[in-house]
Design a protein around this ligand. Structure first.
Ligand code: ZN
Length: 445
């Protein structure tokens, strides 16, 4: 096991074991006994595809070692299987049925983002620790707390629930997942570059919480995890292992900080907006990783605009003069979100980070004064946008808005929503305050 994973496990609140290697499934019995010493049985939760990919194998190993289990296959409703709340109810009642006859049951999710999130929430509701056997490197959410589920009202949201107690990532299985799923995961991991810049920016400007350990968990292995996109695409053992480890570390950082800050910056807001608007492309919802990959390229270009501006010459008084009073801003927040399922979201999230004119003067003067050092820190964190594009193209990921059925215009317009939807300062907040956000966003491509 790598040092980074070992360290992450020491600081994890819920996860006790994480095995990432070729043939990891053969360790499932040992992990099961170590992590769930009082459990006698398991319930395997999969969909038809993930059952074929890994479920059969898990079943064989458990059977050969005398561990009893039942299985529950979540059938696909439509063409794509989504994390709808009805599946959480289905899985929860399947687990409950087994509970009534057997004490000490362990739910084992066999799948990727959707099966994991559904099982995570269902198990959390029942206060049962669970295990996941990953079948694709498509998301960083395996090791995170919380589950991203579409509520009965139709809104995708993060429900609070513990991370898995044990994670098994069998690289032989994961490498055989559909190639586009690997590209999604690569896009999600690549986002930790601009997301890290957002975190630095916020912290240096004294807004938002810093968590040193979570920072190191997600960032220390990142260059290596992302450094060989050809190897990731081709399933090279070392490159692929580091990449999967990178995804897990992103989740562990979130678990440690109990916040998605370490793994999510402005780029994730664009994905949340598309989800909120039920955006589809060619009749299908677009995966999280594809949306995030496109937004990562966008934000990398956006950062290049920031870095090319000399903020030591910023006209602070002009920015203060153009800045609204809260009443005006509150009205704007309500306008932006009025036709969504979350009409109050903008007001709730924007108010805590809103600056009065006096506070803004102080805030921007600080930015002006520390700009030379801040610029160096941001430059060190970021990769050139051309490199971001090159890597996304190598893994076969989406790069441009058109690749996911949106447009440059829509991306630019969405910055206004993005900057009002989370109380988490990022590059958009900074340029919103310097009156540059709109102009930068409109000249990205
Ligand atoms: Zn993500």
């Amino acid at each position: 096991m790598s040092n980074l994973i070992e360290q992450a496990l020491r600081n994890a609140t819920d996860t006790r074991a994480c095995v990432i290697e070729d043939g990891a499934i053969k360790n499932i019995v040992q992990i099961f006994r170590e992590c769930f010493p009082n459990a006698a049985r398991a319930i395997l939760i999969a969909d038809p595809r993930t059952w074929n990919a890994a479920g059969e194998m898990v079943a064989q190993v458990l059977e050969a070692n005398g561990i009893g289990f039942s299985k529950h296959i979540v059938e696909e409703g439509g063409k794509i299987f989504h994390a709808e709340y009805c599946y959480v109810e289905e899985v929860r009642s399947a687990i409950k049925d087994t509970l009534s006859t057997n004490e000490g049951i362990v739910p084992i999710a066999i799948g990727s983002g959707v099966i994991n999130d559904v099982t995570k929430l269902a198990s959390g509701d029942l206060h049962l620790p669970y295990m996941v056997v990953a079948t694709a490197a498509s998301v960083d959410g395996y090791s995170s707390f919380g589950a991203s589920i579409t509520s009965p009202e139709g809104a995708k949201q993060t429900y609070s629930c513990p991370a898995p107690r044990a994670i098994i990532a069998d690289l032989t299985v994961i490498k055989n997942a559909p190639r586009e799923m690997t590209a999604w995961g690569y896009g999600d991991l690549l986002s930790k570059i601009p997301a890290g810049a957002d975190w630095i920016l916020a912290s240096e400007l004294g807004v938002g919480e810093w968590h040193d350990r979570a920072w190191h968990t997600v960032q220390d292995g990142l260059a290596e995890a992302l450094g060989n996109p050809e190897g990731v695409r081709d399933g090279d053992s070392k490159a692929f292992g580091k990449f999967v480890e990178g995804l897990m570390l992103g989740g562990f950082a979130m678990q440690d900080m109990q916040s998605s800050r370490p793994a999510s910056g402005a780029e994730h807001m664009f994905s949340h907006i598309l989800d909120m608007n039920h955006h589809t492309y060619k009749g299908e919802l677009v995966s999280h990783g594809a949306q995030v990959g496109v937004a990562t390229y966008f934000m990398s270009k956006f950062y290049e605009k920031i870095l090319s501006f000399d903020y030591t010459k910023l006209d602070v008084e002009a920015c203060v003069k153009a800045w609204p009073e809260w009443e005006e801003e509150e009205k704007l927040c309500r306008d932006i979100f009025k036709s969504t399922l979350f009409p109050e979201l903008g007001v709730e999230q924007t108010k805590p980070k809103f600056h009065t004119k006096e506070a803004l003067r102080e805030h921007l003067t600080l930015a002006k004064n520390i700009w030379p050092e801040l610029k160096e820190k941001l430059k060190k964190q970021l990769l050139p946008s051309e490199e971001i594009k090159r890597r996304l193209e190598i893994v076969g990921g989406a790069v441009f808005p058109e690749d996911i059925g949106t447009t440059a215009r829509e991306m630019a317009d969405n910055t206004m929503t993005a900057v009002h939807m989370r109380n988490r300062y990022n590059a958009l907040d900074f340029t919103y305050r310097t009156q540059q956000m709109k102009a930068f966003a409109q000249s990205i491509y």
